[in-house]
Design a protein around this ligand. Structure first.
Ligand SMILES: Nc1ncnc2c1ncn2[C@@H]1O[C@H](COP(=O)(O)OP(=O)(O)OP(=O)(O)O)[C@@H](O)[C@H]1O
Ligand SMILES: [Mg+2]
Length: 194
């Protein structure tokens, strides 16, 4: 299914919806679910806009697990989520501080697991309290700490497109009913004419 013109400004064809028969081939356990939605972004701002659309839909206790190589756009996407949550300040990478908290319509807890050795390190940060709290959690490098993440989470993978510096494929996978509901809402939101 194609989402046509108007899904995002300047885009003629923005999203492709894959049914459950599509799986990603080179990922570990954290990203083993079926692809619910695949989109393409052609700029950092477009990635932020997609994150913003998602941020508007998120509710307390939602957990977003981000995957993708260095510089794939995980922080950029999170900046958009923050915008969608009404966070006013600038969102920067929490690579060295491991977690940053922002206040918006809901609190945003932004984790970066790049420097963590494994799931125990995330738990030691008190991650369970954040995940079960009244805010929204976004975890960069989620694959490193998969075992410490809640069972029902929205997994989003950003992939570079060879030969296209500013292009990214962005894939959404839901590991539980709440995450699936979020993706369904996002798909409706991205569909033009609604
Ligand atoms: N379509 C795009 N989406 C996102 N970022 C893009 C895009 N095109 C170019 N960029 C650039 O790629 C970089 C992405 O950086 P960002 O910090 O968001 O990546 P990251 O995945 O968080 O990296 P890290 O693993 O170091 O945390 C930025 O410099 C951004 O301007
Ligand atoms: Mg980052």
């Amino acid at each position: 299914m194609r989402f046509g013109k108007g899904a995002l400004p300047g885009k003629s064809e923005f999203c492709t919806y894959h049914n459950d028969s599509h799986y990603c081939q080179n990922l570990g356990a954290v990203m083993a679910g079926a692809i619910e939605l695949e989109t393409r972004s052609d700029s950092a701002e477009e990635t932020r806009m997609l994150g913003e659309r998602l941020g508007r839909l998120l509710q307390p206790g939602d957990v977003v697990a981000l995957e993708g190589d260095l510089g794939a756009g995980k922080t950029c996407f999170t900046q958009g989520v923050a915008r969608g949550l009404g966070v006013a300040g600038r969102v920067t990478s929490p690579t060295f501080v491991l977690i940053r908290e922002y206040q918006g319509r809901l609190p945003l807890y932004h984790f970066d697991a790049y420097r963590l050795a494994g799931p125990e390190d995330l738990l030691a940060l008190g991650s369970d309290d954040y995940f079960e709290g009244c805010g929204v959690s976004v975890v960069e490098w989620a694959g490193r700490v998969a075992a410490a993440l809640p069972r029902d989470r929205l997994e989003i993978e950003l992939l570079r497109v060879p030969g296209e510096e500013e292009a990214r494929l962005i894939r959404f996978r839901a590991t539980g009913p709440r995450a699936k509901g979020i993706v369904e809402e996002l798909k409706r939101d991205l569909r033009p004419g609604d």
